[in-house]
Write a protein that binds this ligand. Sequence first.
Ligand code: MN
Length: 165
Amino acid sequence: MKTTTAILTGLLALAACQSPKENEKTTMETKEIVKDVFPKGTELKDNPNFSGKAWLQTMVVPADSFGCTVGNVTFAPGCRNNWHSHKGGQLLLCTSGKGYYQEKGKPIRQLNPGDVVKIAPDVVHWHGAAPDSEFTHIAIGTQLDKGGVTWLEPVTDEEYNSYGK
Ligand code: MN
């Protein structure tokens, strides 16, 4: 009888240990579902401000008169935009894949689904995909009345490969 109780207790302990793993799995599945909520849009062709393949689905334009723009941007693995800044700032809502974000003079920050990046006006930065993953974020251009984007030089391979170094 005592042995049976010990085995049962052991099984219950095992079950308890497995619960968090099950929860993690559910969370991951939820993140996968988020991936296709918004359309991928059309490929940006011959855009000098992107280092490779990228797609844009425009959702809110200046003519809508909300004082902001909203777009769904997808970067192919390794693709990033040039260094740039936004006169009125920008918000990035990360929805799928693994991305990179860097402000001038700071280390690269990895981005994951659910991350929110708040970019203050005139802060020089770039964003894009990690080398081994596509990456999608919703980009919100804020305070449009202050002005638009100022594009600068491309991100060098040395800068891009500095993640974690
Ligand atoms: Mn930006």
